[in-house]
Design a protein around this ligand. Structure first.
Ligand SMILES: *Cc1c(COP(=O)(O)O)cnc(C)c1O
Length: 375
């Protein structure tokens, strides 16, 4: 039962489809490990959904990136260009492989990586570009794909937030040599923890499968030529994933309706900036409903979020730029980098409750609370 004083969680997943039934099958049959039948079925269905030949399920979206970087054999001396405004998993995968992350600023309107800046940073050591589609809109892929083609660069597409989204009608996750997804509970399809690597390359798929499974070699079970990881997804996770995937169209429509409702309620506020609902290549899928406080507001996102929490509204800050991460600065990375757009939105941006289970009255209460703190 809802009361008007109930705290509105920033994210609550919706698990009222076949989740329980499929999980019960796991328990009833005893198949709970990665050897269970839901894993392969989830991989195949998910890959088909994004128009790819192979799907390789893993235990989260961060390690999907680690496997992608390793599968492409990126290492010392190689540079990978990625947005500074993203989750640390992207840069961490590059750094852990011994390669060098080169970061670019984001577009002030879409908050996605600025493709012109990518062009400017391509050099003799550049081997790959890692576009990350953020918050609802995809990166402008056409010019990026052209850059990659012209310069012989691999694309690692992080589509963790883009289940069900398209770019010019083609599924996000269909652009990379390797593309990755996350199934964390705030994603449009959740398995609790989980991730997926998709690719059309037989060779890269085989390598990802091997890296996911400790690089076991057929025939000589415990003899290894290479180091892998245990990144396997369990049958329990895949059971959830299948049930969620069945509803992806409905979920995407739900998120778009939430975004539209928030816009109706907040569109006239002069003190906030929103990413466009629509560009010439996509309509926002509203992974989350993000906003940036304009300079007319005399407090920052942290203060706004604590005021909203006092009004019972859960929020999350925007990502913190990679070039401002203490861990990377201590490694000597990004010493001369300045990326004013990312620096600004990191300090002034946050998102409102956006989970799949969010109810209309909770959207209204969140919007009223935002108006209140800005008035
Ligand atoms: C959520 C997310 C990830 C990481 O996924 P986990 O499953 O939480 O490890 C990677 N990239 C982006 C853009 C994400 O939003």
């Amino acid at each position: 039962m809802t009361t008007s004083s109930e705290f509105i969680a920033v994210n609550e997943p919706l698990l009222d489809g076949n989740e329980k039934a499929y999980l019960a099958q796991c328990i009833d049959t005893g198949w709970i490990s990665s050897e269970g039948p839901f894993v392969a079925e989830f991989e195949q269905r998910f890959a088909r959904r994004v128009g790819r030949k192979h799907g390789i399920a893993v235990c989260n979206g961060s390690v999907a990136l680690d496997a992608a970087v390793a599968a492409l054999r990126l290492g010392p001396g190689d540079e990978v260009i990625l947005p500074t405004f993203t989750i640390i998993s992207c840069a961490a995968a590059v750094v852990r492989a011994g390669a060098v992350p080169v970061v670019v600023d984001c577009d002030p309107h879409t908050w996605n990586m600025d493709v012109d800046q990518v062009r400017a940073r391509i050099g003799p050591r550049t081997r790959a570009i890692m576009p990350v589609h953020l918050y609802g809109l995809p990166v402008d892929m056409d010019p990026l794909m052209q850059l990659a083609r012209e310069n012989g660069l691999a694309i690692i597409e992080d589509a963790a937030e883009m289940h069900g989204q398209t770019y010019k009608g083609l599924p996000c996750g269909s652009f990379g040599d390797i593309s990755t997804f996350s199934f964390y509970p705030n994603k449009h399809v959740t398995t609790g923890e989980g991730g997926m690597i998709v690719t059309d390359s037989d060779e890269l798929a085989e390598r990802c499968r091997s890296l996911r499974n400790l690089c076991f070699v057929a025939g000589r079970r415990f003899v290894h030529e290479e180091l892998g990881w245990n990144f396997r997804m369990t049958n329990l996770q895949a059971a959830l994933g299948l049930a969620q995937l069945e509803r992806l169209d409905e979920f995407a429509a739900r998120k778009r309706a939430m975004g539209a409702r928030y816009r109706d309620l907040l569109g006239d506020l002069v003190d906030i900036e929103l990413a466009p609902a629509q560009t010439d290549y996509a309509s926002s899928i509203y992974w989350v409903f993000g906003l940036v406080l304009k300079d007319s507001v005399d407090f920052d996102a942290a203060e706004a979020m604590s005021r909203l929490a006092r009004l019972g509204v859960g929020t999350r800050p925007f990502f913190w730029p990679m070039h401002e991460q203490p861990v990377f600065r201590r490694m000597g990375l990004f010493a001369d980098d300045r990326h004013p757009v990312a620096e600004r939105i990191a300090r002034r941006g946050f998102y409102l409750p956006s989970g799949m289970a969010l109810r209309p009255e909770q959207i209204e209460r969140s919007a009223i609370a935002l108006r209140q703190i800005l008035s």
